[in-house]
Design a protein around this ligand. Structure first.
Ligand SMILES: NC(=O)c1ccc[n+]([C@@H]2O[C@H](COP(=O)([O-])OP(=O)(O)OC[C@H]3O[C@@H](n4cnc5c(N)ncnc54)[C@H](O)[C@@H]3O)[C@@H](O)[C@H]2O)c1
Ligand SMILES: N[C@H](CO)Cc1c[nH]c[nH+]1
Ligand SMILES: [Zn+2]
Length: 429
């Protein structure tokens, strides 16, 4: 089901190529079909939305936009324990994200100059909530809570309908609790296109955020520029860095927690212990039998799973940084020692009691995270994704006179005499 590979420099490079091909190979055909979907939605609006929804999601929904009464009904009929669990998660997510808030500032100088920066929430944001092979109410929370904290004026959510054309009530409950303004039963590339271009029913947004499968991630990538996006948050990934102190049953369980998301998900163990490597493989085989998404897990582990045995800890750390995984678990004897050395990961989970699903649902940090090695430069979804900044400048006549010569000189250096003139003209008699 998963191969044990001795890290020798070449094996892991080949494996990284395989992982990259996960997006590029798939992308060639996916990019073509996604491009066609985007074009059709741009040209035909709702007509294309309905046709693609029927093609990919099964039955046509009764409505594209979920009426407000249906959202309210879902909340009033919801199971109390479920609502309480969501509220507890919302509290943790809010507490974490509130700390990310940045303040506008004003900087008055002694010579009368006033400089400042104003921060405000984006006007209208589209959030994608996955719902293909599983529905993700937790992704409603992870998208909508930071958007609310940032002060976004209108949150428009898209999520695929269930196969009978109805809305998933668990998703609606999460949307109601988070104050999502509008919910559309649309999924995949067509939903992303609708948000980017706008259609008769779906309003055009300023930015699209949220995770999704390869079709969603490719659509966001292709539409960047027409609309802003947060990052590429595609099929899930986990890399576990572990030594001989890690319990194999925990390691196996955590690898499978991400493999179950998608046949394109990747799960990797990097360890200094050959014993742990062998025990983990046995545990995977034992535990998978009990799991409902066994087929997806087995395919994902077979195609994109690996166990690397490294002789040196330093090399294991280097490998983790090179992989730049979405999630990185550190199950080493002294996990805290590694924080400063792990530079490329969406989210780092430290110790034997910080399993990845703790972050998916509850702890507080965001679970919308960069994938496919993009953790080298992208960050987790945060309040920052939902704000806009403008700076402002006020100068007095005397202050500008003082700066006159420098500005004129700099403008002339660039050969931009009209720029220089705009300063000069103010001080001519
Ligand atoms: N990186 C992150 O932060 C993060 C977070 C949560 C989930 N995820 C990922 O989100 C994904 C969820 O995937 P999902 O499929 O369950 O739900 P999804 O909502 O992302 O995708 C379902 C949609 O895909 C479209 N689709 C399916 N087959 C298609 C085809 N052949 N051509 C064109 N479009 C097609 C359909 O329109 C469907 O509505 C998983 O890959 C999971 O790993 C990532
Ligand atoms: N692990 C996913 C991000 O890759 C997030 C998620 C939501 N629900 C369960 N898991
Ligand atoms: Zn998960």
């Amino acid at each position: 089901m998963i191969e044990i590979i001795k890290a020798d420099g070449t094996a892991e490079q080949n494996y990284m190529k395989l992982l990259k091909s996960r997006s590029t190979q798939v992308s060639k055909t996916v990019t073509e079909s996604v491009s066609k979907i985007l074009e059709d939605v741009r040209e035909q609006g709702d007509r294309a939305l309905l046709a693609y929804t029927e093609k990919f999601d099964g039955k046509l929904p009764k409505f594209i936009e979920v009426p407000r009464e249906e959202i309210n009904d879902a909340l009033s009929e919801a199971d109390e324990d479920y609502v309480n669990a969501l509220l507890n998660a919302i509290e943790n997510i809010s507490d974490f994200h509130n700390r990310q808030k940045q303040q506008s500032f004003i900087n008055p100088k002694q010579n009368g100059v006033i400089l400042g920066q104003r921060i405000r929430g984006l006007k209208r944001v589209g959030i994608y909530v996955p719902g293909g092979t599983a529905a993700y109410p937790s992704s409603v929370l992870m998208n909508a809570v930071p958007a609310k904290i940032a002060g976004v004026e209108e949150i428009v959510m898209v999520t695929p309908p269930l196969s009978d054309g109805t809305a998933n009530p668990d998703i609606l409950v999460a949307a109601a609790l988070c104050g999502v303004d509008r919910v559309f039963l649309l999924g995949g590339a067509q939903a992303v296109a609708a948000l980017a271009y706008g259609t008769e029913s779906v309003p055009k947004v300023d930015k699209i955020v949220g995770p999704g499968n390869i079709y969603v991630a490719t659509a966001k990538k292709l539409l960047y520029g027409t609309v802003d996006i947060d990052m590429i948050a595609g099929p899930s990934e986990i890399l576990i860095l572990a030594d001989e102190t890690a319990p194999a049953s925990y390691v196996a369980a955590d690898l499978m927690s991400q493999a179950e998301h998608d046949v394109l998900a990747s799960a990797i163990l990097v360890t200094t212990s050959e014993k742990l490597a062998k025990e983990t493989v046995k545990e995977l085989e034992r535990q998978v039998k009990e799991l409902s998404r066994k087929e997806i897990i087995e395919r994902s582990l077979r195609d994109f799973g690996a166990v690397f045995v490294c002789e040196q800890v330093d090399y294991a750390v280097e490998l983790a940084n090179e992989f730049a995984p979405e999630h990185l678990e550190v199950m080493m004897q002294n996990p805290m020692e590694y924080i400063g050395r792990l530079d490329n990961a969406g989210s780092v989970f430290l110790g034997n009691y910080a399993p990845e699903p703790l972050g998916d649902y509850f702890a507080g940090p965001n679970h919308v995270l960069p994938t496919s090695g993009t953790a080298r430069f992208f960050s987790p979804l945060s309040v920052d994704a939902f704000i806009k900044k403008s700076s402002y400048i006020y100068y007095t006549e005397d202050a500008l006179r003082e700066a006159h010569d420098d500005i004129v000189l700099l403008a002339n250096k660039e050969g931009l005499t009209a720029h220089a003139n705009s300063i000069i003209v103010r001080y001519q008699d």
